[in-house]
Design a protein around this ligand. Structure first.
Ligand code: SF4
Ligand code: F3S
Length: 104
């Protein structure tokens, strides 16, 4: 499966939503996640994200984000249409420690 990682936080460009053939993205206020039980591993979303926030789950170091995607896909609503990204999305691209700094 593929996972949405920390870089998505506060950027949320949503280009990924437009291409997923099985509509398995779920929307939080600040980021999206992928439902690992619905993702068919097609990989088309990965190059669509302008900030490379989507990774294959076999990449090292992603265990917390695999769990984050699984957990929040159960809680957040499904998203099937691309919305408007946050106004500061460009400025937030590539910022480190987004989870720690924004949500603690
Ligand atoms: Fe959707 Fe394919 Fe991306 Fe999985 S890998 S989230 S099925 S576009
Ligand atoms: Fe996030 Fe990239 Fe999609 S920033 S919402 S994973 S296009």
């Amino acid at each position: 499966t593929y996972v949405v990682t920390e870089d998505c936080i506060a950027c949320k460009h949503m280009d990924c939503v437009a291409v997923c053939p099985v509509d398995c993205f779920y929307e939080g206020e600040n980021m999206l996640v992928i439902n690992p039980d619905e993702c068919i591993d097609c990989g088309v979303c990965e190059p669509e994200c302008p900030i490379e926030a989507i990774k294959p789950d076999m990449e090292p170091g992603l265990a917390p984000w695999i769990e984050h995607n699984r957990q929040y896909a159960r809680l957040w609503p499904n998203i099937t249409e691309v919305g408007v990204p946050p106004a500061n999305a460009e400025a937030m691209a590539g910022q480190p420690n987004k989870l720690r700094d924004l949500f603690s």
